[in-house]
Design a protein around this ligand. Structure first.
Ligand code: NDP
Length: 303
């Protein structure tokens, strides 16, 4: 990856539209074999941001021809009642994917709830069975945001073999699965986090930088080697020039002076997350109906 001027803007909206079109046509194929993919979305409480996320997921599912079932529960729902709902969705053969919108109210044990979801229906890829499978390099349901980031990288760079990737952040939702996916795609991977001592120097060695930190504009040109490809996962709301705006973990204008390619915020990783939720729902339907003979293909992997 050599420095190219001007840098490529990695268009997540266009990439997501392509993924959703793929899903839409594969849903038709599945329906032709008698399987109607269905996604159950469970929301506990009235968190405004979660309500927007759930609405968008349901809308996107409908656009792809995936049936969606919304389960809206009051904030005071007891853990046992939520677990009972999950068990009934696990047992329902007409439901292929189950997503529990996070965060859950504080009185509910998030891990216990996520572990209750059938791993074959775990479209978020957070169940320990799927986490372990990913780290073993098996074909399993994989967290949507890192899967979307990998697709953006593969669309932009082609084969990633031998590239040095630095992932900033080690969360279970983004950083760790991102590192596992990059390793699976034959990158050399360095993961850095809040206790890393030489963050900037490590980043400057990277061909690929994935920033998943939650710190507005942490990464600027000084952190990048010329020609680096930058994926900015961060979504941070800040007040600037008297108005509220969304910015990433990367200082976009500064990074543009060094990067060969970069995702904007918004319009980069965000749309891919939801598109990969749809791809995972389709994959879950196939996993539950292996007789269709259709491939899992949640994440494209080089041999
Ligand atoms: P977490 O808060 O769970 O993890 C943040 C990670 O960044 C941690 O590993 C933390 O290190 C590390 N970190 C924090 N501060 C620093 C620092 N100064 N230097 C180096 N590392 C640091 O966040 P998530 O992974 O859930 O999300 C990260 C960002 O991505 C957020 O902005 C979030 O909103 C966004 N996001 C966007 C999505 C999308 O669809 N576009 C989806 C999911 C998240 P340590 O482990 O040591 O604490």
């Amino acid at each position: 990856m050599n420095a190219v001027l001007p840098p490529t803007l990695i268009d997540g909206k266009a990439a997501a539209a392509r993924v959703l079109a793929e899903v839409g046509s594969e849903v038709l194929t599945l329906k032709a074999s008698g399987i109607a993919p269905a996604l159950a979305v469970v929301l506990v409480g009235q968190d405004p941001a979660s309500q927007v996320y759930v609405r968008n997921k349901v809308l996107r599912a409908e656009e792809c021809g995936i049936r969606s079932l919304e389960h809206k529960l009051p904030a005071e729902t007891q853990e046992a009642d939520l677990l009972a709902l999950i068990h009934s969705l696990n047992a329902d053969d007409s439901v292929h994917g189950i997503l529990v919108q996070l965060p859950l109210p504080a009185h509910i044990d998030e891990t216990r709830v996520l572990q209750a979801i059938d791993p074959l229906k775990d479209v978020d890829g957070f169940h320990a069975e799927n986490v372990g499978g990913l780290s073993q390099g098996r074909e399993v349901l994989t967290p949507c945001t890192p899967a979307g980031c990998l697709r953006l990288l593969q669309d932009t760079c082609g084969d990633l073999s031998g590239q040095h990737a630095v992932v900033i952040g080690r969360s279970n939702i983004v950083g760790k699965p991102m590192a596992a996916l990059l390793l699976k795609a034959h990158c050399s991977v360095t993961v850095v986090h809040s206790r890393s001592t030489n963050l900037r120097e490590l980043c400057r060695q990277a061909d690929i930088v994935v920033a998943a930190v939650g710190r507005p504009r942490l990464v600027d040109a000084d952190w990048l080697k010329p020609g680096a490809v930058v994926i900015d996962v961060g979504i941070n709301r800040i007040e600037e020039d008297g108005r509220s705006k969304l910015v990433g973990d990367v200082d976009f204008d500064s990074a543009l002076t060094r990067a060969a390619a970069i995702t904007p915020v918004p319009g980069g990783v965000g749309p891919m997350t939801i598109a990969f939720l749809m791809k995972n729902t389709l994959a879950a339907a196939r996993l539950q109906h292996p007789a269709t003979g259709l491939p899992l293909s949640t994440v494209e992997n080089p041999a």
